[in-house]
Ligand binder design. Structure first.
Ligand SMILES: [Zn+2]
Length: 337
């Protein structure tokens, strides 16, 4: 169980034991940033509970697992916020896409919500015992997108829970879940993934260089879905901006510097500026690291890593300046946040 789930050790351990000993609560609320594995864990639990395999559940091979993986299991409901004009076909395909890659963000054109009708359907089917499997599971993704009516309807279900129905709600914004729903669920907090976990996953699954993975893992804020977005859109442009900015700093010409800063701020959104600063800071920190570790060696150049930007910073600037740049950039990033 949980072989493909990245990080989240204590959560995996908790649910492994709970599923094995059949000691699950009636309802869970998984909350935390996008791309931290909330849906991935929910799918894994739903499959494990209904798996017909002998051991090491979910087997991903039995008829039950296959049906869940195709989003065709009658006892596993997966509810996502949808755009009001989306066709059933489109919704179905999005759900399948999500179970195949739970770390990917589901996107619709237009505003999305979970309607009262969707919850009503769930309510109507929940009065039945499991059709095929052993346990009915209802996963409500992005529960903060429920309309107030829908949320109240879920609340009624939670107050008088049908037997054999497990609820798993997920949310990225806990503040938008109505308190009465929140208090009926066992909250499970999904912290951001560590930079190392993201970096290693990128290198392993996407076969990119360590250096690129390092940058992406640093700007992705602990979210694997954000990391894969960066991977898709590429980080070249941001890297170029960062390199240019370093060059300009070395020119020591305040006019050029201010013009460039203005261009950056005017033409790009703050998120872009923040990423550029984060990349520079990554290099600055590397430069500090190499400086500390190679301070006693006469030829610092030969010991430095293969990143030319780190090289330039470490060779040209004294340690104190690097520390100062580092703390100034951190302050700027805090201001953007
Ligand atoms: Zn199975």
């Amino acid at each position: 169980m949980f072989e493909d789930i990245i990080g989240q050790k204590s959560i995996k351990k908790f649910f492994k034991t709970a599923v094995k000993n059949n000691r699950l609560s009636q309802a869970y609320l998984f909350y935390g940033p996008e791309g931290t594995g909330k849906e991935a864990v929910a799918f894994e639990i739903a499959k494990s509970l209904n798996c017909k395999g002998e051991d090491n559940k979910p087997c991903n091979q039995c008829i039950s697992c296959i049906k869940v993986n195709k989003m065709e299991h009658p006892d596993v409901d997966y509810i996502i916020p949808v755009f009001s004009k989306s066709s059933d076909e489109e919704i179905y395909l999005k759900k399948r896409e999500k179970i195949q890659n739970p770390y990917k963000k589901v996107m619709f054109k237009g505003n999305t919500s979970i309607s009262i009708d969707t919850i009503r359907n769930l309510k109507n089917s929940s009065i039945f015992k499991p059709f095929e499997g052993k346990k009915r599971v209802a996963i409500i993704s992005k529960a903060e997108k429920m309309t107030l009516e829908a949320a109240n309807s879920v609340l009624k279900l939670l107050e008088e829970p049908p037997k054999d129905l497990l609820f798993i709600l997920t949310a990225t914004d806990l503040g938008l879940i109505i308190p009465t729903v929140k208090s009926r669920c066992t909250g499970i907090k999904f912290p951001p993934l560590s930079k190392e976990e993201i970096r290693d996953t990128l290198v392993k699954n996407f076969k990119i260089s360590e250096q690129e993975a390092e940058i992406i893992s640093n700007i992705s804020g602990g979210s694997l879905s954000k990391a894969s977005e960066y991977l898709q859109e590429g980080i070249e442009e941001k890297k170029e901006f960062a390199e240019k900015l370093i060059e300009i700093i070395f020119l020591k010409n305040s006019k050029i510097y201010l013009d460039f800063a203005e261009e950056l701020v005017n033409k790009r959104n703050l998120e872009f500026v923040k990423d550029v600063l984060t990349i520079i800071n990554l290099w600055v920190r590397d430069a500090i690291y190499y400086k500390i570790n190679n301070a006693s060696k006469s030829d610092i150049k030969s010991e430095i890593n293969d990143n030319a930007n780190v090289n330039q910073l470490a060779v040209s600037l004294p340690y104190e300046h690097l520390e100062l740049i580092n703390s100034e950039i951190e302050k700027s990033i805090d201001l953007i946040d």
